[in-house]
Design a protein around this ligand. Structure first.
Ligand SMILES: [Mg+2]
Length: 385
């Protein structure tokens, strides 16, 4: 039984500027906001977690503001005074008190796991079964909507040795135009890179019927979440008739979702994301069901900064088979970060950071600069009655 007791839980919203506009099907993002979670134990160990969304509530209903409120008002009271080694019990208690809010729960669980690693002097992956890899090929998102600029951006990444996999966000443009854009980029980068697309639920089955073969002919190797998340039957039909890999993301959030995907053979692979599944341990449960059911895995992201990315990486390195790699590229999209040593990309792969727990330390100066509640920023906020 651990002698550790949790003394405090703190949440801080941090607004990080993006290097360039990121265009999703539902929104345009110029900055990435994250919630930093700091959990302190009585004997001075600090666990660090990050909860974030892909620029607002469009993906899962949560926002950084709702995450902070949910943790501060409804989750933290169960955590303070508890034993950080009782994660299963703690998260079950939180689940009984708070429905949904997976992103908020993931930030808390991440900080608790960080405490566990630090308290025994081990990297988190050693507590999750051990590492089978030290690095991960990660895709770079192409999401400006302009094919010429996207090819140029990809060429820069190739030249820098950072990324040779590219994922095009689709759905913001009309399907015909969007498919033309994706084909142009795939053909422009052929032989040099692997190109995938993600319409984020925006297609219907009729669109997929003509779009999927056209994309496959242009060299696109994977389509992610073409249909609304509930429509597993359409996804199963597309998977069966396509000669291009089909991946489910939005539709694979819980172990129960994963069982249905296996039963329906609804995809070739699923994207694991710590945030959408309320934490690393639940993501591992989903991974186990997928693997047992013959469905491949991919390590997804919500564009976490270097903190959440390091935690995602701790999980990714324990997964034996990731045939399409992952997309832990958030740190490259933000113009600055709040970690002392930002994520490192070399030889087209994200490198596993050394260190105990999730392996990240906070740069306090940068945190003070980017935190939303900085005193000089508070004075500039106008109150609307
Ligand atoms: Mg996705």
């Amino acid at each position: 039984m651990s002698k550790l007791t949790i003394k405090s839980v703190e949440t801080i919203i941090v607004d990080l500027p993006m290097r360039r506009l990121q265009r999703f099907s539902a929104t345009d993002a110029k900055s990435q906001s994250v919630v930093l979670v700091r959990i302190l134990t009585g004997d001075g160990i600090e666990g660090i977690g990050e909860a974030c969304t892909p620029s607002g509530p469009w993906w899962g209903g949560e926002s950084v503001e709702s995450i902070k409120l949910m943790i501060d008002s409804y989750i933290a009271p169960f955590i303070v005074g508890a034993d950080p080694f009782s994660i299963s019990d703690l998260m079950a208690t939180v689940d009984r008190a708070v429905f949904g809010n997976a992103f908020a729960k993931a930030g808390i669980e991440m900080a608790l796991l960080d405490i566990q690693g630090k308290s025994v002097g081990l990297p988190l992956h050693d507590l999750l079964g051990g590492a089978v890899r030290r690095s991960l090929p990660c895709s770079w998102p192409l999401a400006t909507g302009d094919a010429d600029k996207e090819i140029e951006e990809a060429e820069m990444m190739l030249e820098a040795g950072r990324h040779n996999i590219f994922k095009m966000k689709m759905g913001a443009l009309p399907p015909e135009e969007d498919v033309r854009r994706a084909c142009r980029v795939a053909e422009g980068l052929s032989a040099k890179a692997s190109v995938r697309v993600d319409p984020n639920e925006e297609w219907d089955e009729t669109t997929a019927k003509w779009a999927a073969p056209r994309l496959a002919d242009a060299g696109v190797v994977l389509i992610e979440q073409p249909f609304p998340r509930w429509n597993l039957d359409a996804c199963a039909r597309l998977t069966k008739r396509s000669n291009i890999a089909i991946m489910i993301d939005e539709g694979a959030c819980t172990p129960h979702d994963m069982i249905k995907i296996v039963e329906k053979r609804a995809a070739d692979l699923v994207s694991l994301k710590v945030m959408k599944s309320a934490g690393i341990l639940n993501s591992k449960r989903i991974a186990d069901i997928a693997t047992a059911g013959g469905i491949e895995l991919y390590m997804g992201t919500f564009l976490e900064c270097s903190i959440g990315t390091a935690a995602n990486m701790q999980l990714a390195v324990t997964l034996p088979h990731l045939p399409y790699g992952g997309e832990l590229s958030g740190p490259g999209l933000v113009a600055d970060d709040i970690a002392e040593e930002p994520a490192r990309y070399e030889d087209f792969e994200l490198q596993l950071a050394p260190g105990e727990g999730i392996g990240v330390r906070i740069d306090e100066d940068k945190l003070n600069h980017f935190r939303r509640d900085r005193t000089d920023k508070i004075h500039s906020i106008k109150t609307v009655a």
